[in-house]
Write a protein of this length. Structure first.
Length: 504
């Protein structure tokens, strides 16, 4: 006799990137006989759509869905991304890159950056980014996939994407519906709960229809219809560390050279993003309303565009922080309903992806269990806090004192763990990855060095290498990267050959 298993109904409240990422992934993994998925969204409600830059983990999501990369790039007007350039963050006129992938190559048990530090002191080394294949290629406007062509001592370049978030959601919607997800059009006007357990039992639409489920995913964005408005799960406010609370977004005409990296330029009271796509360039200005008016922010944004604006800027108000319980009762918050961290390090879409990964690992039958929810919340908080500290670092470690905003950031108190991490690096150049945090040691290294945090000393074992050998090692490694980048195709040419959007 076959075992009869209970059927679990999953309702996704809200579409957009979070909703359709959820629907596409779940529909790819859950058995149709055991689970059913229904997504409720209203065409009347717009989406934020600022998350157009990603990090390499997006490849894991796309691969899990069996997405063809060329098809995906064409459908989303996508381009490649090798890292993020930070302009004017440390001081005006200064720039550095947080590139994906390795920097240098460790020697024995001692990390590469200790050798680089000693070589730099001796005048034998270039800037840190000269020893990153991703940055070397990005600076030259080059792109390639797969194994290196000229050397086997350096791994392939990791990469991510820039894409139109609205087109990405539409692309995932097609996949999800092909795999059995039911889409229900309608605006939610009411929520009903079980009087004893407090679990959500159904949502009510404006025309009286009801959608019942055992497990609800709240993908309703900042509205947080279920997790916030209905369940009152609480919100941890981090605006004392991340004071920016407004954003303006506007597309502009693209320029001939499509850079394979995101650019973040520090402004008077915040920063401006630049994200090159095939058909346009995405731009935005994140700022603190305490130090800059909306009109001034709009003026700064429009004056800093590469090309003609293609629309009026859209404004967004937000507060940095996270939901105290991302999983409460039988509701799991995914995306902006679970919290918000400004997209300085392109983590918005990743936070959707990682929450879905956690959910799949802990996927319950029926409504779930408090013990599962508690572990989900612990892991969510740990991830959010790690990303929060990484973003705070960009604001805190600065030499800028030319505006009141930057003076405020330089003087503000920071979380103890971050302060200890900075001091450990400043004193002895030591970096260690905490638990399963998102950003690697190399990521922390690039931002710390880029923001002007220089160790007072290097590892003592580095002194065992002779000066001539150290110089030869640094020069040889840099030459390997330059040779490899030189034979790569131009980024725009690579897209044209591999993933260009088809003419309508």
């Amino acid at each position: 006799m076959s075992e009869e298993r209970p059927h679990t109904r999953i309702a996704i409240v809200g579409g957009g990137t979070a909703g359709w990422m959820s629907a596409a992934l779940l529909s790819n993994f859950v058995a149709s006989g055991d689970y059913s998925i229904e997504l409720v969204e209203s065409d009347q409600i717009g989406t934020v759509g600022v998350g157009e830059a990603t990090i390499p983990q997006i490849n894991l999501y796309n691969e899990a869905l069996g997405i063809d990369e060329a098809e995906f790039l064409a459908a989303t007007m996508g381009t490649y991304k090798l890292g993020i350039e930070f302009v004017d963050w440390t001081r005006r006129g200064h720039r550095y890159m947080h590139a994906f992938g390795d920097v240098g190559r460790d020697v024995g048990i001692v990390p590469f950056h200790h050798y680089w530090h000693r070589a730099r002191e001796l005048g034998l080394a270039e800037e840190l980014g000269s020893y990153s294949l991703n940055e070397t290629a990005a600076r030259e406007g080059k792109m390639q996939r797969g194994s290196l062509k000229t050397t086997n001592v350096v791994p392939p370049m990791p990469y991510a994407f820039h894409f139109d978030a609205s087109l990405y959601a539409a692309y995932l919607r097609r996949l999800a519906e092909q795999r059995g997800v039911k889409r229900t059009e309608g605006r939610i006007t009411g929520v009903e709960r079980d009087g004893e357990s407090g679990d959500v039992t159904r949502v009510v639409l404006g025309d009286g229809r009801e959608v019942e489920a055992d497990l609800f995913l709240d993908c309703s964005g900042f509205a947080a219809l279920l997790i916030g408005r209905e369940l009152q799960s609480g919100f941890e406010d981090w605006s004392n560390w991340l004071p920016c609370d407004r954003a303006l977004a506007v597309p502009c005409a693209s320029v001939p050279s499509i850079t394979p990296y995101t650019r973040s330029t520090a402004r008077e009271a915040g920063w401006q993003w630049r994200i090159p796509l095939q058909h346009r360039t995405g731009n935005g200005h994140v700022y603190c309303s305490e130090f800059l008016s909306d009109e001034e922010a709009k003026s700064r944004l429009m004056d800093g565009l590469d090309g003609e604006a293609l629309a009026e800027p859209r404004q967004l108000a937000f507060k940095a922080g996270m939901r105290r319980k991302a999983w409460s009762h039988n509701v799991v918050a995914i995306g902006l309903s679970s919290g918000f961290l400004e997209p300085l390090e392109s983590t918005s879409i990743h936070l959707i992806q990682s929450a879905l990964s956690r959910l799949l690992k802990m996927l319950p039958r029926g409504k779930g269990d408090p013990a599962i929810a508690a572990e989900f919340n612990r892991q969510s908080a740990e991830e959010y806090e790690g990303i929060r500290d990484f973003i705070i670092l960009h604001y805190k470690a600065t030499e800028r004192d030319d505006t009141e905003f930057w003076k405020h950031c330089a003087a503000m108190d920071i979380p103890d763990k971050l302060a200890e991490r900075i001091e450990l690096f400043r004193e002895a150049g030591h970096l260690f990855r905490h638990s399963e945090e998102l950003f690697t040691v190399v990521g922390w290294l690039q931002v710390l060095i880029g923001q002007g945090v220089v160790p007072r000393q290097h590892h003592p074992l580095v002194d065992n290498i002779e000066r001539g050998d150290l110089q030869s090692y640094m020069q040889t490694f840099q030459s390997l990267l330059q040779r490899e980048a030189a034979q790569m195709p131009d980024h725009a040419e690579f897209i044209a050959q591999y993933g260009a959007a088809r003419a309508a």
